[in-house]
Structures are given as structure tokens and as C-alpha cells.
Design a protein around this ligand. Structure first.
Ligand code: C2E
Ligand code: CA
Ligand code: CA
Length: 540
């Protein structure tokens, strides 16, 4: 056998040697400590996978993990890491080595295996490791498989008691939206996404992200910290937890145990000084990055406080002002008390929703009519659907984040539709007329309620008129003529009329079509009606 020098293995070689790697221990785990930079204490570690091939040498995860993912082998690899971590923790507990929580990485492909969380749980139980010692790192991209899958997995992790860390936060553009929807316990920010630029825009982005994580009351950790300057900068913007080469490279079992023995430990803790941290500084500065993020990265949103039955806007973004409409200025908007703009029912609804949001800590929804007054448009009622979440409090003053949608137009359209339907009903009831609407491009027909009630026509008839010939409502000898009518409608005829014997009893009806056109003169819809022919007409 000829030995080759160490080199990166290709896909075929990796796949072919994977089972040997698991069996003969070519896969192994390194541990990288996580530190509180202000105290120098260790708060945990991350398990990182390595593969040392007997011929080609050490392979790095960024090279082999995508191959394992693609070939459906990643779950086995991740479970191998989980078992190694359990075994390691078992050893610490047995030998009185002070243990810290160790996080394992979940691949976004693991989530497709519905049993992933149970498998981790079984492994933990097999080694009898208290759940606080195992954290699970997930990435935003895991949600690509579907928010539902991800939410279910997170719920299950939380039910078992696992701490969940959001890895590589900020690498995807939808970060803030994801955070709003996913309930994670720790956020990991990667310095390398912004390398070499902490003085400039990169630093400002980091700072605003840290600020936002504080509203969510979620601890944040910076990874990939290589220099004292980076660590100091992170500390200066309120991020104390770090992981990276500055403090330690990933370590093997023995090296890590040495570290565990000599370094003090402390648990990860949440930040609490919410409202006051927002009050200070940059958040209020219209030129700051915080403002930019708030304005650019989320939909129509507002932040307001609630205390003693009064609300006060703290911030609204440009999209919020646009959504409310009415040509308001930010100043006009900020000056309003949300509750003052509601009638008594609306007040009750909103206050109820806010109190619910305080009690549950969850996002709550409500719909209220607001009386909005603007200099340009005067007074107007708008229907607002809001999703609110309490994001912090100091004593009895609560801070809320709201995302809103102006649904006035939708509601009005719906009401208009209901009204026209009501009129239509009344008219057709009086006239002995059956009516329907025929959409020319789709050949879809919608009958009036009398057609449905008296003739058994379903609410939507596809491929009209074929089904009505099939069920005998239309007489077969009129087939060619009627199909010719449909052609004529397509070609833009504006009116058609003839007497046709309809229903199985072949009762004569006057059938009429009137066509509706779009602005370019193309036929859109034809309104059909059938009126029973009274005897003297039929005689003519
Ligand atoms: P990750 O989860 O973001 O892990 C952190 C990576 O950054 C590790 O690379 C670590 O060695 C490296 N790193 C730590 N500190 C520094 C630093 O100060 N500077 C620089 N430049 N790099 C630093 P690694 O071990 O090569 O892992 C790469 C990626 O592979 C991981 O990124 C993770 O996405 C994936 N991975 C590693 N182990 C596993 C595993 O067991 N399962 C799964 N599914 N993925 C894993
Ligand atoms: Ca990770
Ligand atoms: Ca990471």
C-alpha cells in the first residue's frame, strides 16, 4: 500500500471511508471554550467535529460536512459527536472534573429527521447527563426546511429542557424576522462576517444587533474573536461572552480537561436592564445604524410604552407611517396616545391585548379601529391589525414592540361585496331570474344562490359549460350553439341572447350574456342570466 501525503479528500473518498471513520475512531471531537470576557470565567464550550484519515490526515468540517449532508450521512456524524460529548461529560462527572455546558451543532439536515431531538435525548439518558450540560446550536438556515419543522424541533428541545443557541446569527438577511419567530435562548454572532471593520459600518451593525438582542432579553455571544481589540469592542457594546482563538483554539479531551481544572466557571445569565439600555444613546440618534436597521430590516413597526392605562410612542419606522396612511409626519404620529385614538370598545380590546401580552410573554394579536387625524387629510377611521410583544419592563412601565397592518381597504372591500351580494339576492328573488358570472379566461362559472338552491349547481363550476350539459341542465341539441357563444364571448362580443329550454323539464328561459371588458378592451367576465319565459312571450 502506498502512503500519500496529507491532503483534502474528495467526495467519493469521503463517502467511501465514512463508515470506517466512525467504526475505527477516525472521527473525534475538539472543545472550544466560551468565556465571559469581563470576569475571565468559562461559561461553556462548543464541540467541533474532526476527521483524521489514516492516510490523508486531518480533514476540516467545512470540507467534509457539506459532503456528509449531501449524502445523508450527517445525522450519524452528529449523533457520533453527541455520544462523544456525553461520554466526555460522564467522565468529568465521575472523576470530579468541574464540567461546563457543551454545545453540539445541529445540521440543518438533521431537522428533516423527525426523531433527531429524541435521539439526542436518548443518548443523554443513556449516559445519565443532566440536561443543563448539553446545549444545541441551530442555524437560521435550518428554518429553510420550513418554519414549522424548526418550531416543532425547538419546542421539543425546550420541553426536554435543552438550552438552544442560534449559531451564525446575522449571516442571513432575514435575521430579525427569524428571531421574532424562533424562541432561542442564546444568540451567537460571528465576528468574521464583519472582519477587520469594527471601527466602521461592521461595528455599527454588530452594535445594533447586540442592542436588539437586549430587547429580546437573550444573551449574546461573539465567536471568532481573535484580537484583544475585538474583545474590547464587543465588551464596549454590551456583549461580554466570547469564543475564539484569542482565548483558546479548539482543544482535545486532555487539553480541555486541564483548562476546566484551572479556570473558574460561571453560568450564562440574561441581561435585565432593558428599558434603560435602550434609552441611552444611539437608539435615539436618527443617523445611527440602529435607526437604519429598524427602518430597513423590518416591516411596519412601532415601539411604545404602556403605563397606568396610557401609551406613548417611542419609535415608529417609516414603513409604519406609510402603512397607517393619511400623509402623517413622524412628529404627528409620535405625539398621539394610541389609546386616545380608540373608541371605548377599541380601548378595551387593546388594553386586554397588552395585558395578555404581559401575562404570556408571547406575541398577541388584535384588530382595532383607530381615529387618525392628520393636517392634510383631516380625520379618518382606519382598521389596524397589530401583533404586539412585550420586550421589556422597568417597574410598571412596559415596553412593547408592535408590527401592524392597515386592513381598512380589505375590510371595506369585503363589506361592499357583502352589500352587493345582498342586493343581487333581493333582485333575483323578485325577478324569477337565475344569474351567474363567467370568467372568460379560466372558464370558471359562479352561480347565484338560487341556481345552487333550486338547480343544485355547485358554488364554482370549472370548465363551464361542460358539466351542465353532462348533468342534463342544458339540452344536448343546444351544445354546438352554446359552445359557439363561449367562443364569441372570448372574441369580445358584448351581448348575447336566445331562448333555451333548460333543466331536465326543458322549461324555456331567456338566456342573456353581458360582457365586462378591461381597460384595454379585452373581455374579462360575462354576466349570464336566465329568466323564465312567460307564456305570451313564448307564443311569439
Ligand atoms: P461553527 O459552528 O461556526 O464553529 C466555529 C468555527 O470557527 C470552528 O471551525 C472553529 O474552529 C472556528 N473558530 C473558532 N474560533 C475562531 C477564531 O478565533 N478565528 C477563526 N478564524 N476561526 C475560529 P470548524 O471547527 O472548522 O467548524 C466549521 C463549521 O463546521 C462549524 O462552524 C459548524 O458549522 C460545522 N461543524 C463543526 N462541527 C460540527 C458538528 O459536529 N456537526 C455539524 N453539523 N456541524 C459541525
Ligand atoms: Ca456552531
Ligand atoms: Ca458559528
Amino acid at each position: 500500500m502506498s502512503y500519500e501525503s496529507p491532503r483534502q479528500m474528495n467526495e467519493q473518498e469521503l463517502v467511501a471511508s465514512f463508515s470506517d471513520a466512525v467504526r475505527f475512531g477516525h472521527l473525534y471531537v475538539l472543545y472550544q471554550p466560551k468565556i465571559n470576557h469581563t470576569t475571565g470565567r468559562m461559561i461553556g464550550a462548543e464541540a467541533l467535529m474532526r476527521w483524521k484519515h489514516p492516510i490523508y490526515g486531518v480533514q476540516m468540517p467545512l470540507d467534509f460536512i457539506p459532503v456528509l449532508e449531501k449524502n445523508n450521512l450527517i445525522l450519524d456524524a452528529d449523533l457520533f459527536v453527541c455520544e462523544s460529548v456525553c461520554r466526555f461529560l460522564r467522565r468529568c462527572l465521575d472523576e470530579d472534573i468541574p464540567a461546563v455546558p457543551i454545545s453540539i451543532n445541529m445540521s440543518r439536515y438533521d431537522i428533516f429527521n423527525h426523531d433527531y431531538v429524541n435521539m439526542i435525548e436518548q443518548m443523554r439518558k443513556k449516559y445519565d447527563i443532566p440536561v443543563k450540560y448539553i446545549h444545541i446550536e441551530v442555524t437560521e438556515s435550518s428554518a429553510i426546511g420550513g418554519m414549522e419543522l424548526m418550531t416543532r424541533a425547538l419546542n421539543q428541545m425546550h420541553e426536554y429542557g435543552y438550552v438552544v443557541e442560534m449559531d451564525d446569527f446575522g449571516s442571513g438577511y432575514s435575521s430579525l424576522n427569524i428571531l421574532k419567530d424562533l424562541d432561542v435562548d442564546v444568540i451567537k454572532l460571528d465576528m468574521r462576517f464583519l472582519s477587520g471593520d469594527i471601527g466602521g459600518r461592521g461595528g455599527a451593525i454588530l452594535s445594533s444587533i447586540v442592542q436588539m438582542t437586549k430587547w429580546l432579553n437573550t444573551p449574546v455571544l461573539a465567536e471568532g474573536v481573535e484580537t484583544p481589540e475585538q474583545a474590547e469592542f464587543m465588551k464596549s457594546i454590551g456583549c461580554y461572552y466570547i469564543q475564539g482563538y484569542l482565548y483558546s483554539k479548539p482543544l482535545n479531551d486532555e487539553e480541555f480537561i486541564e483548562k476546566l481544572k484551572i479556570v473558574d466557571h460561571e453560568p450564562l445569565s440574561k441581561s435585565t436592564d432593558l428599558i434603560y439600555s435602550i434609552n441611552s444613546g444611539r437608539f435615539w440618534d436618527p443617523q445611527s445604524m440602529e435607526t437604519l436597521l429598524f427602518n430597513e430590516l423590518v416591516g411596519p413597526a412601532a415601539i411604545f410604552t404602556y403605563k397606568d392605562g396610557k401609551t406613548e410612542f417611542v419609535r415608529v419606522n417609516a414603513k409604519y407611517i406609510k402603512e397607517i396612511g393619511m400623509n402623517l409626519t413622524a412628529r404627528e404620529m409620535l405625539g398621539m396616545d394610541l389609546l386616545d385614538s380608540l373608541d371605548d370598545d377599541g380601548k378595551k380590546d387593546l388594553v386586554g391585548t397588552l395585558e395578555r401580552a404581559i401575562a404570556t410573554g408571547e406575541e398577541e394579536e388584535c384588530e382595532v379601529w383607530r381615529n387618525v387625524c392628520s393636517q392634510i387629510c383631516g380625520e379618518e377611521k382606519v382598521l389596524i391589525r397589530g401583533h404586539v410583544r412585550m420586550i421589556g419592563h422597568a417597574d410598571d412601565r412596559y415596553l412593547f414592540y408592535a408590527m401592524v397592518q392597515n386592513i381598512t381597504a380589505d375590510r371595506r372591500r369585503y363589506e361592499a361585496l357583502e352589500e352587493s351580494e345582498r342586493k343581487f339576492r333581493m333582485a333575483s328573488e323578485q325577478n324569477n331570474t337565475y344569474a351567474w358570472e363567467y370568467e372568460i379566461s379560466t372558464h370558471r362559472m359562479r352561480p347565484c344562490f338560487r341556481c345552487m338552491r333550486d338547480l343544485g349547481v355547485p358554488p364554482v363550476v370549472e370548465d363551464y359549460p361542460q358539466p351542465l350539459f353532462d348533468n342534463g341542465l342544458f339540452p344536448p341539441d343546444y351544445y354546438d350553439m352554446y359552445m359557439d357563444w363561449m367562443k364569441q364571448l372570448e372574441n369580445g362580443v358584448d351581448h348575447l341572447e336566445a331562448i333555451i329550454p333548460l333543466t331536465p323539464d326543458r322549461i324555456p328561459f331567456i338566456v342573456r350574456y353581458t360582457t365586462e371588458f378591461d381597460e384595454n378592451g379585452c373581455p374579462l367576465k360575462a354576466y349570464g342570466s336566465a329568466t323564465i319565459v312567460v307564456d305570451d312571450m313564448a307564443d311569439k
